[in-house]
Design a protein around this ligand. Structure first.
Ligand SMILES: *Cc1c(COP(=O)(O)O)cnc(C)c1O
Length: 717
């Protein structure tokens, strides 16, 4: 307590800004915003940078002017209590894990927009996983790469073509620290390749109670080429990719060893990190004198794997030469010859025509494997049946744990006030339990609607500002600039569509019937407006062409200001969108969406999903908690499926979504619509959140892999 009193508010806030915990505390965010709203926006919500601009005296003065003292002290107390809490869910349900940690390996982590080491859903999922692990008190560490230029930021030129900007991240203005070994020495590790060693330093980022370790090859020990190895996420060719993955898997394990961390369970989030178990096998053989077979059996029993890709071509594959060059030295040490090594990455080890597949390696080196939704489980069991040729499809050992989103991260502060009032006290500590959410039915319709409208207005203000900036940069005409500054109308049905512009996600499905779309948008009584956002992969020209078509539409007279495209989809833009739209549209080519999570963020904030019955929505839709496009059919011919789905999309909009939205009572409230909003929150909130997801991982995956017996608890209805 003594140190507590001695700390001034600059020190308190600096301590808070040094842990990404702040990013899911709306009270803390509003303190940073309150200090200087304009700088907060200009600095892209980076509190470390903000505090660097204030001396303790100047901050003291600002806090006095703005009356921030008591909220700063309260936030600091909450932060301290969070750090010190011992009665967590994990302490009662994951005791068998003891003090040894779960090591969660992922090529990307999306925690906050100020740390751009994610490209999309996979990374945001990993970030949400760590946050929930922290909240639940699960002993865990994350392992990833620090991309010094991050993922790109997107600009769209006046022809609608995507340009990529890579900006160097500045480690001094992020909560990054050099990770130190037990003697306090900064950790540098190396991995061996046929061409020599590649070195990496290790950074530590605190995510609540969880530490995330990030490897970074940009150090003088490396050649110029290797210094660039971790510069960009998914930015390189196959050779860079295999080298990044060796660094993530092998280097990641070596970093943990150097830090004195011996994980109890290794969780591979997607196949990128599948070399990790090989390095642990090497260590066991070396340290404990085990044979390869014994070490393999032992290590495998504590590794678990989550597959994310239902597209056959989406799995990382490397040819023999690349694997031998980068993993050969490790294979030598564990007594595997070239064929033995390649065999681990092949469905049929003897088939010399098969390339080395990271997903196959991960399956072969893990005890438990899971897909990320129920439907994705079916698809994955079919896709990988060849690995277990003696089993029938239903018996293929790939289960599923459906993805969820971290509630405090994605729930708008205004909506949270409602939750705080109608749900039980400390509801956010028990968000995986259905009965906790039942109280949402008590919200009065007008209050829910007004809150939703306020959030929608906030989205519109934000969108206009972005549209004006974009228009200025492209030199738009005065008429267009006016349209941007008045874009979108808060009284209109507002549909959001934001995700990677991968062709299977079909951002252009609506555009197949332009005349109908034009009629919808310009309907005098019941108009719809659309907000699009999303990046195409830098080397995906088909995705960029779809983006270009959407862009061109947004510039046409009939559509301008009514169909808008916001550049540079990231966590910040995502937050505005999922909190402000009426409807979230998702129309992937079934069954290619493994799970999808953005629609879950929308649910929490009172938006309704209108989606193909794919990914999570296939197990979530109950007829009244949103809308379904079609009935869950697929067709082997993409063209047939696309035409059919487009037709059904227009049908559901015409027959269900639009009439329900514009059906108002005498107070102008859409009562039936609001009923659906409530039902969505109540029936979906408890299931599709990251606490429930992490609890499932603990009970179905981590505890068994740690040698305990599964203790799945079925919540009472
Ligand atoms: C949630 C999120 C995603 C993932 O959404 P999908 O539904 O899987 O497309 C991607 N990008 C960002 C920035 C997100 O916040």
């Amino acid at each position: 307590m003594a140190t507590n009193r001695q700390k001034n508010i600059h020190e308190k806030l600096t301590e808070i800004a040094g842990n990404l915990w702040w990013s899911w505390q709306p009270e803390v965010t509003s303190i940073f915003r309150g200090i200087d709203p304009q700088r907060w926006t200009q600095l892209a919500h980076n509190p470390v940078k903000l505090l660097q601009e204030f001396s303790p005296e100047k901050l003291e003065q600002r806090a006095r002017e703005e009356g921030l003292h008591s909220s700063i002290n309260r936030a600091y107390r909450t932060w301290r209590e969070y750090q010190e809490a011992s009665d967590t869910w994990g302490s009662t349900h994951a005791g068998v894990l003891g003090h040894r940690q779960i090591a969660y390996f992922s090529a990307e982590f999306g925690i906050h927009e100020s740390l751009p080491i994610y490209s999309g859903g996979l990374g945001v999922l990993a970030g949400d996983h760590l946050k929930s692990a922290s909240d639940l008190g699960i002993p865990a560490v994350g392992v990833g790469l620090l991309y010094s230029e991050g993922y790109f930021s997107q600009r769209i030129d006046k022809n609608g073509w995507q340009e990529q900007d890579y900006a160097k991240i500045d480690s001094d203005s992020l909560p990054l620290r050099h990770a130190a070994d037990p003697h306090g020495k900064p950790v540098v590790i190396s991995v061996d390749t046929r061409g020599g060693k590649i070195f990496a330093q290790v950074w530590r980022v605190e995510v609540g109670r969880v530490s995330l370790y990030l490897l970074d090859t940009n150090i003088p020990d490396n050649s110029e080429e290797d210094r660039q190895l971790t510069a960009r996420l998914y930015g390189g060719d196959q050779r860079i990719r295999v080298r990044q993955e060796v660094m993530l898997g092998v280097g990641g394990v070596r970093a943990l060893t150097a830090l004195g961390i011996r994980p109890r369970v290794v969780h591979m989030n997607e196949g990128h990190s599948a070399f990790a178990p090989l390095e642990i096998i090497r260590q066991r053989m070396h340290d404990d004198g085990m044979s390869f077979d014994d070490a393999l059996r032992d290590v495998r029993s504590s590794c678990v794997f989550t597959t994310h890709t239902p597209v056959a071509a989406g799995h990382d594959r490397f040819d023999c030469g690349l694997v031998e060059e980068h993993v050969g030295p490790l294979a030598d040490q564990i007594g595997l010859n070239a064929e033995g090594l390649m065999g681990l990455g092949r469905v049929d080890p003897q088939n010399s025509h098969e390339t080395f597949c990271m997903t196959v390696l991960a399956f072969k080196l893990s005890r438990l494997a899971n897909a990320v939704s129920s439907l994705h489980g079916v698809v994955s069991r079919r896709m990988w049946a060849g690995l277990w040729p003696w089993r029938s499809e239903e018996e293929i050992p790939i289960g599923h744990i459906t993805n969820g989103v971290h509630v405090p991260t994605w729930l708008a502060a205004q909506m949270r006030n409602i939750y705080d009032r109608v749900l039980p006290q400390n509801w956010f500590l028990r968000s995986g339990e259905p009965q906790v959410w039942a109280g949402f039915e008590q919200v009065t319709p007008s209050e829910l609607w007004e809150t939703h409208q306020a959030l929608k207005n906030r989205l519109i203000v934000y969108a206009r500002r972005k549209l004006v900036e974009q228009g200025e940069r492209r030199g738009a005409s005065a008429a267009h600039m006016r349209a941007f500054s008045e874009a979108l109308d808060p009284t209109k049905l507002t549909v959001g569509f934001a995700r990677r512009f991968a062709p299977y996600k079909r951002a252009d499905l609506l555009l197949r019937e332009l005349d109908r779309l034009r009629d919808f948008i310009n309907d005098a009584a019941c108009p719809i407006q659309f907000v699009f956002a999303g990046k195409a992969h830098p080397r995906d020209d088909a995705g960029k062409e779809i983006l270009q078509r959407v862009f061109q539409l947004t510039q046409e007279d009939d559509f301008i200001g009514k169909v808008v495209l916001l550049e540079d989809y990231d966590i910040n833009l995502g937050r505005h969108l999922v909190q402000g739209v009426d409807v979230w549209l998702n129309n992937p080519r079934r069954p290619l969406e493994a799970s999808g999570t953005s629609g879950q963020k929308v649910v929490l904030n009172g938006g309704l999903n209108c989606s193909i019955l794919d990914g999570w929505w296939a197990e979530a839709f109950d007829g009244q908690n949103g809308f379904a496009i079609g009935s869950g059919r697929s067709h082997v011919d993409d063209a047939v499926q696309d035409a059919r789905d487009a037709e059904q999309l227009f049908e559901v909009l015409t027959n269900e979504v639009i009439p329900l939205y514009y059906d108002r009572d005498t107070d102008e409230l859409p009562q039936a619509w609001i009923k659906r909003m409530k039902r969505a929150v109540r029936t979906l909130g408890w299931r599709f959140n990251a606490d429930r997801m992490v609890m499932d991982y603990v009970q179905e995956s981590y505890v068994p892999a740690a040698g305990g017996l599964s203790c799945k608890i079925v919540p009472m209805p």
